[in-house]
Design a protein around this ligand. Structure first.
Ligand code: SF4
Ligand code: SF4
Length: 104
């Protein structure tokens, strides 16, 4: 048994941003640019692995079912978080100012 975390199937992510406000830890953020290989017009949202605590609050918020649970090993020396490359550039999300998205 490992630690839960969330991952996104990029091809199923339309970039609708609905999931962003469902994450209390600001672990769901839009990519700064749309990958050239992508078929959707809008850039995808990614999971910032270092921010995700695996609370699964977001998991039911995706209308396309792109979010899914994964398990990472409890042993820190084997953790996939330690093997991940640096996080890609993401767009800032305005949550708390007037007109921001706040929480769901
Ligand atoms: S709710 Fe689903 S489709 Fe919309 S941005 Fe989040 S992961 Fe992508
Ligand atoms: S599992 Fe929790 S911390 Fe991780 S992305 Fe979803 S809501 Fe955020």
């Amino acid at each position: 048994m490992g630690q839960s975390m969330v991952a996104i199937t990029e091809s199923d992510c339309t970039g609708c941003d609905l999931c962003i406000s469902h994450c209390p830890f600001e672990a769901l953020l839009p990519l700064a640019s749309n990958p050239k290989s992508r078929t959707h017009k809008k850039r995808p949202v990614i999971v910032v692995a270092s921010q995700c605590v695996g609370c699964l609050s977001c998991i039911g918020s995706c209308p396309t079912g792109a979010l899914y649970e994964i398990q990472v090993p409890l042993d820190a020396s084997q953790s996939t978080l330690l093997l991940m490359p640096p996080a890609p550039m993401t767009e800032p999300v305005n949550r708390w100012k007037k007109g921001g998205i706040g929480w769901a």
